[in-house]
Write a protein that binds this ligand. Structure first.
Ligand code: GLU
Length: 441
């Protein structure tokens, strides 16, 4: 059974860059009939909030991603404590007493000597007496994982074969001085405990993967398959960031974008699949093979989003639109079919529907008055079908010799008060003869 997880830190509203792994994990789970775990990485008690966690659930549901299981790391400390005890007993986790300043100085010294600024493992040489003395001075230890220092290899589902040399890395700090856990240990412990088979996440985690594989092995867990995707950036190539107040998923929702448009942009940008309309996330799940994900950055383009949003609406069936039309009091298949091609956002339909129901402000140029009076006289009798427009304009063309813009634009301006908008052919039968007479001078 495939089990994936998406593991956001609930420290703010999620943005497009967060939605990417959320969706790529979802596609993978759907494609393989597997399970999807939503894991709140909320061990950072200062920055994590329940409000953010709740908003993540709402945003995810809006995108149509429905997790099979929700876990919160803040409720799983006992598991991390057990792993900690095991690593300490095995000599893989050791206490260190250096202050941040001391570490800075050592790094600077190493650099000055042309050596890599790697932690020198001085703490491993401390005796029990040294430690007792430091603790008596009031120092509290932070804890580092003792790396094997080897070439850790793994086959990445997106990036292909990867090698991380843990000999070129400092032993990572897993536990802070105040006893709180940094991201790494809880993440690894949960991946083991929840039997995660595939870890799908941003490529900023590739080097962490080397460390994590070593910790998983030290804890006797089985190593999942990894897939590291390119990161989504804004049009300028900057990463999205919660702290920089990048536009959040909820901002897009408030602006009236379709969730599917946002999901397509967040997941398909930076892949070889075309950005076009898809019926559902399941269709994307079937089509988006991880090998299609490019190795370069994925640049989000807001113009493409607007175009896509419009195209999704233009292709939307009446049945799909009906619940929202009902809530706006705008039922009627003919209205929907006539207006949908002019929508960029669904909410545009409220204004467009006024073209049917009125009132509108007819725009009538002085030089067209006579022409429009004739048009009024030639307006065919009811019943009106879709052919009324060509019948009427055909008669007007014959009577006046006008054609093209000179023929159509004055009619449009008088009947709708606008230069552009839905096809008059489909609009006219909806407006009806009486209302058309009213709008013509
Ligand atoms: N909370 C981590 C992050 O948002 C999760 C990374 C992971 O998937 O392991 O970067």
């Amino acid at each position: 059974m495939t089990i994936v997880r998406w593991a956001p830190s609930p420290t703010g509203r999620i943005h497009l860059g967060n939605a990417r792994p959320a969706l790529l994990n979802w596609f993978f789970a759907r494609r393989s009939g597997g399970k999807y775990v939503l894991r709140m990485d909320d061990t950072d008690l200062v920055r994590s909030t329940r409000e953010s966690a709740d908003s993540i659930e709402v945003d995810l549901a809006w995108l149509s991603v429905i997790p099979d299981l929700l876990v919160r790391q803040s409720e799983r400390t006992a598991l991390y404590d057990a792993a900690r005890a095991r690593l300490v007993a095995d000599g893989r986790l050791y206490p260190c007493y250096e202050t941040a300043d001391e570490l800075d100085r050592r790094r600077a010294r190493a650099r000055a000597l042309g050596k890599p600024p790697i932690y020198d493992r001085a703490a491993l040489k401390l005796t029990d007496q040294d430690r007792a003395r430091l603790e008596a001075e009031g120092r509290k230890p932070h804890w580092r994982f003792k790396l094997d220092g080897r070439l850790v290899q793994f086959e990445d589902l997106i990036k292909g074969p990867q090698t991380v040399n843990t000999a070129s890395m400092s032993d990572p700090v897993l536990i802070r001085e105040d006893g709180s856990y940094l991201y790494t240990l809880p993440s690894v412990v949960d991946d083991i405990d929840l039997a995660i088979t595939h870890v799908i996440r941003g490529e900023d985690h590739v080097s962490n993967t080397g460390t994590q594989i070593e910790i998983i092995e030290a804890l006797g867990g089985s190593v999942p398959v990894f897939a590291h995707h390119n990161l989504l950036t804004d049009a300028q190539g900057q990463g999205f960031s919660k702290r920089l107040e990048s536009q959040s998923i909820s901002d897009f929702r408030d602006e009236g974008y379709e969730p599917l448009a946002i999901a397509i942009m967040a997941s398909i940008t930076g892949t070889s699949l075309p950005i076009e309309t898809y019926a559902s996330l399941d269709e994307i799940a079937e089509k988006l093979d991880f090998l299609m994900i490019s190795h370069g950055p994925a640049r989000f383009n807001s113009v493409e989003l607007d175009n896509l949003n419009a195209r999704l609406l233009h292709a939307m069936s009446y049945d799909q639109a009906l619940p929202r039309l009902t809530s706006l009091g705008l039922e009627g298949e003919a209205i929907w079919l006539s207006l949908r091609d002019n929508l960029t956002k669904f909410g545009d339909i409220v204004d467009l529907a006024k073209l049917v129901t009125g009132p509108i402000d007819p725009v009538i140029a002085e030089e067209d008055r006579e022409f429009l009076a004739l048009a009024k006289a030639l307006l065919p009798a009811e019943p009106w079908t879709i052919d009324i427009w060509s019948e009427w304009t055909g008669a007007l063309k014959a009577a006046t010799g006008r054609k093209g813009k000179a023929l159509f634009l004055p009619l449009r301006l008088a009947l709708t008060g606008r230069h552009d908008g839905p096809e008059l052919k489909s609009l006219l039968p909806l407006v009806g003869r009486m209302a058309c007479l009213d709008r013509l001078p």
